[in-house]
Each structure stands twice: as structure tokens, then as C-alpha cells.
Design a protein around this ligand. Structure first.
Ligand SMILES: CC(C)(COP(=O)(O)OP(=O)(O)OC[C@H]1O[C@@H](n2cnc3c(N)ncnc32)[C@H](O)[C@@H]1OP(=O)(O)O)[C@@H](O)C(=O)NCCC(=O)NCCS
Length: 148
């Protein structure tokens, strides 16, 4: 689901070959296994009517750093966006780390993510340049500051 969500999100923002280069490296089976071991990963999905199946339809990946929690990935499967899964994951993340600042690096002009974070109390902070699969990208770090 990460591959599908990623391709859809960035298809008009990054060259296709850069997307595929990035995914081959960052989301290979071995790399995903390593990411799950190293990071905190929360998943969400809707149970089937009989409760027998519970597919992963959204996930959040976090790295706990000394001064804040970094949201490395937050993705909802394409057909299910706008149904509350992203908000539910974000609430679970915030509840897991009370008193800690939360940061998310968002590609400039990601018109799904920017309003989503803004509506949930995040504010845009510092910008930086990085690369994705060899393509230069501009990112903004959005912050949800812990209260108190
Ligand atoms: C950003 C994202 C994680 C939000 O998750 P989500 O489950 O769609 O979020 P929610 O349903 O909880 O809330 C989405 C908001 O968009 C609105 N919305 C309505 N229809 C929507 C749709 N078809 N798609 C997306 N959002 C929609 C919702 O009403 C809600 O608005 P609100 O702020 O006024 O409440 C998800 O859209 C996504 O995976 N985007 C692509 C990946 C991405 O950009 N990730 C962030 C990388 S840093």
C-alpha cells in the first residue's frame, strides 16, 4: 500500500523515474522490515463486517528523536482519503507522545498534506532542499508544538 500511495501522491510532482528509484531503495521488502524494526509504525484500516479481516489501509512511521518526534511517513490508500484514517493515526501518534513536539517534512505544494496538517494545529517552519530518487525537492518542516 505504501508503493501505491506514494506513486499516486507524487505522480504529478516528481519525475516517474525518480519515484521508482526512490521506492526501489526506500520501500524494498528488506528496507521496510528494517524501518519497522527501527521506527514506530502505526497502522489503521476498517475491519470487515464479520471482523475476520483487517487490511492495512493507512500507516504512520515515526522516529523518536531526542527533542521531538519526527513523522517520517503518513499515508492513506487512495480511495479512502477523506474518511478520517489520517486524523485517527495522527491522534494516536500525539497521544503516544504527550508533551513532545511533532514534526513532519512536507513536499512544497503537497495540496493534500498542507491543509491537513494546518487544520490539525501544525504550523510551517523551516524549509530545506533534499533529493528524492535523484530529483531535487523542496520541503517544509511542519510543527505541532506540545502545549505547556
Ligand atoms: C494527508 C493524508 C494522510 C490525510 O489522511 P486522510 O485520511 O485523508 O485525512 P482525514 O480523512 O482524517 O482528513 C482529511 C481532510 O480532507 C478532507 N477531504 C475530503 N475529501 C477528501 C479526499 N477525497 N481526499 C483527501 N481529503 C479529503 C477531509 O474532510 C478532511 O478535511 P478537514 O481538515 O476539514 O477535516 C492523506 O490524504 C494522504 O495519504 N495523502 C497523500 C500522502 C501525503 O501527502 N502524506 C503526507 C506526507 S508528509
Amino acid at each position: 500500500m505504501a508503493l501505491a500511495a506514494w506513486r499516486l501522491t507524487y505522480r504529478n510532482r516528481l519525475p516517474p523515474e525518480a519515484i521508482e528509484r526512490f521506492l526501489a531503495r526506500a520501500y524494498s521488502e528488506q528496507r521496510v522490515a528494517l524501518r519497522i524494526r527501527r521506527h514506530r509504525v502505526l497502522v489503521a484500516g476498517r475491519a470487515s463486517d464479520d471482523g475476520a479481516e483487517w487490511p492495512v489501509e493507512a500507516f504512520a512511521e515515526l522516529a523518536v528523536q531526542h527533542d521531538h518526534v519526527q513523522l517520517i511517513a503518513l499515508y492513506v490508500i487512495a480511495g479512502l482519503r477523506g474518511n478520517g484514517l489520517g486524523s485517527a493515526l495522527l491522534e494516536a501518534v500525539a497521544a503516544s507522545f504527550p508533551g513532545r513536539d511533532l514534526a513532519a517534512d512536507v513536499l512544497e505544494d503537497n495540496d493534500l498534506a498542507e491543509p491537513f496538517y494546518a487544520a490539525r494545529g501544525f504550523t510551517p517552519g523551516e524549509a530545506h532542499t533534499d533529493e528524492v530518487g535523484g530529483a531535487p525537492v523542496r520541503l517544509h518542516r511542519w510543527w505541532l508544538r506540545a502545549r505547556g
